[in-house]
Ligand binder design. Structure first.
Ligand SMILES: [Zn+2]
Ligand SMILES: [Zn+2]
Ligand SMILES: [Zn+2]
Length: 186
């Protein structure tokens, strides 16, 4: 998230704290502040961690050598009363502490995004539903095939039990001698 200082509602009051409230790296209103224990300047926690990774010279942005950074004590009071206009253009004035929640949850302009999300999910659901129908069709087809196989086997078994199979079999069957009653398949 980046907080544009131009969105501050009361610009006159903000000027008094601006020097401590603006991050020297991103030029936005500071988010999750850390303070250089040497020059006492404040920065966003994220900006400093990126700064450390990219610069690697072990200096703070104001050239303090071997700086240590700690969260400042008084920062919350500094910005607590500052209100911002919504960057999405709703007509609410949002206190600094509520900005994240506003943009992620409560901004009325979010409704449009929810609608888009709804249609996105609906589309995904329809694709899944279509797939499911195809699977169902395949499985039903398979069940019918298996059932037919089973019925055929079952009928053969019954025929075998009743001694009919030999009579209906396409194979030529001969009785080998009436006295024994044995059969011979050729
Ligand atoms: Zn920053
Ligand atoms: Zn410093
Ligand atoms: Zn809004």
């Amino acid at each position: 998230m980046y907080i544009d200082p131009n969105l501050v509602v009361d610009k006159e009051s903000f000027k008094l704290i601006e020097v401590n409230a603006i991050c020297a790296i991103c030029k936005g209103v500071i988010i999750s502040p850390v303070q250089c224990m040497n020059c006492k300047k404040l920065f966003c926690e994220k900006c400093i961690s990126t700064w450390k990774k990219t610069k690697k010279n072990n200096q703070c942005p104001f050239k303090c050598k071997n700086p240590t950074f700690k969260p400042p004590r008084m920062f919350k009071n500094l910005l607590e009363k500052v209100k911002f206009k919504c960057e999405k253009g709703c007509d609410q004035e949002i206190p600094y502490g509520d900005l994240e929640q506003h943009y992620n949850e409560t901004c009325p302009k979010l409704v449009i995004d929810f609608k888009a999300k709804y249609f996105e999910y609906k589309k995904k659901y329809q694709i899944l539903e279509e797939k499911f129908k195809n699977y169902k069709r395949d499985i039903e087809k398979k069940i019918i095939e298996e059932k037919q196989k089973y019925e055929k086997l079952n009928q053969e078994f019954i025929n075998l039990k009743n001694g009919k199979l030999f009579e209906e079999s396409p194979l030529r069957i001969f009785k080998v001698g009436p006295p024994t009653g044995r059969y011979c398949l050729l």
